[in-house]
Design a protein around this ligand. Sequence first.
Ligand code: SAM
Ligand code: TMP
Ligand code: ZN
Length: 417
Amino acid sequence: MPTADSAPPASTTTTCQVCDGSVEEFLDLGRQPLSDAFLTERDVPEEFFYRLAVGVCHSCTMVQLVEQVPRERMFHEDYPYYSSGSSVMRAHFEETARGFLATALAKPDPFMVEIGSNDGVLLKTIRAAGVRHLGFEPSGKVAAAAMEHGVRVLNEFFDAGTAARVRADDGPADAIFAANTICHIPYMRSILEGVDTLLAPDGVFVFEDPYLGDIVAKTSFDQIYDEHFFFFTARSVRAMVARFGLELVDVERIPVHGGEVRYTIARAGARTPSDAVAELIAAEEAQGLADPATLRRFADATARIRDDLRALLQRLRDEGHEVVGYGATAKSATVTNFCGIGTDLVSFVCDTTPAKQGRLTPGTHIPVRPAAAFADPYPAYALLFAWNHADEIMAKEQGFREAGGKWIRYVPHVHVS
Ligand code: SAM
Ligand code: TMP
Ligand code: ZN
């Protein structure tokens, strides 16, 4: 595998990565860094940038980035996102694993595969139940964290080639699961070929990712960054999997990460699709999610958030207030770089992830400090970059409000509370 340094530059296309249709760009978020590349001072001169823009396919309605960052630049030994960093997400994946154990895995000698198993947040429950499993996880340190829990991991990218190898060695999978990973993968045909090779005749392929319907409804433009290549709808996923002899048989809206959909896919004809599929597709039609005019309005709303947030932060600075960022999320790279937020407006960002602490945020070079720095002393204002974890954070940071601190949010619009 080439190292991040030897990986090629980004490549641009106006051709749909799913169906070869033509893609119409509707939002340009400008020159952006890798969203999870937290830097040391020494890394700054070599920093990688690409153009972050998003478009919609006229043929299959898939919303997607127009420029592709090579996968080795994003997912490598030092990839710093650890799924277990949120207690809500730990509970979510434990419940998801228990759901699989009670359904698709409730049979003799079941086998489960996860694509993007990260630090083992889901598979450790599968392992504890004594069920045969395998995680595909190309990022070295997070894969090692899973192995420490006894989880079986292949430190490789899932694609048609690696899937065929596992099929030959381990046999068919009764369940293939992926969370916050399928939308990261531009080489979708290879992924779905791999699923087709590996999935048992009556198996299910289940994945969950940020939902375009929520992104448009909330103007959560920060869900758009290098790693989030596709923005799915039930309609676009149904069309995408049908190209590979697969069928969308169920959809479920789930509240995590700002609003996601869990898609359940089976071999065509193997299961009767639930009413939820047709209902969600009808709701998408009503919301106009495939209509370029809706998407252009979303782009306009994004520009308004940028202008409002910049104006607010400039005013607070001019009044002499300190603003600290909360959560060095990948999403915050889009916000800070698109809105031009540097250390003049936000003095530092606190984050619980050791791999991010002591480093600089991508592109804007704001220092990342441990969570404890937040209360030492509390700032006047905190800019909530990790807004998708708001309930968890508000519960543990009550002292900030009690000390007179105020939260700044920008989803679904800029507001202070
Ligand atoms: N599933 C976890 C969750 O929901 O928290 C991790 C999500 S993380 C945002 C995406 C993960 O997908 C990263 O750990 C990355 O290394 C992995 N990944 C990226 N491309 C992959 C591929 N082709 N096959 C398997 N994993 C991949
Ligand atoms: P995510 O939005 O991609 O899940 O990233 C969340 C980031 O926020 C991650 O770097 C961990 C950090 N974080 C905190 O610093 N404090 C918290 O309480 C939570 C839940 C997350
Ligand atoms: Zn298309």
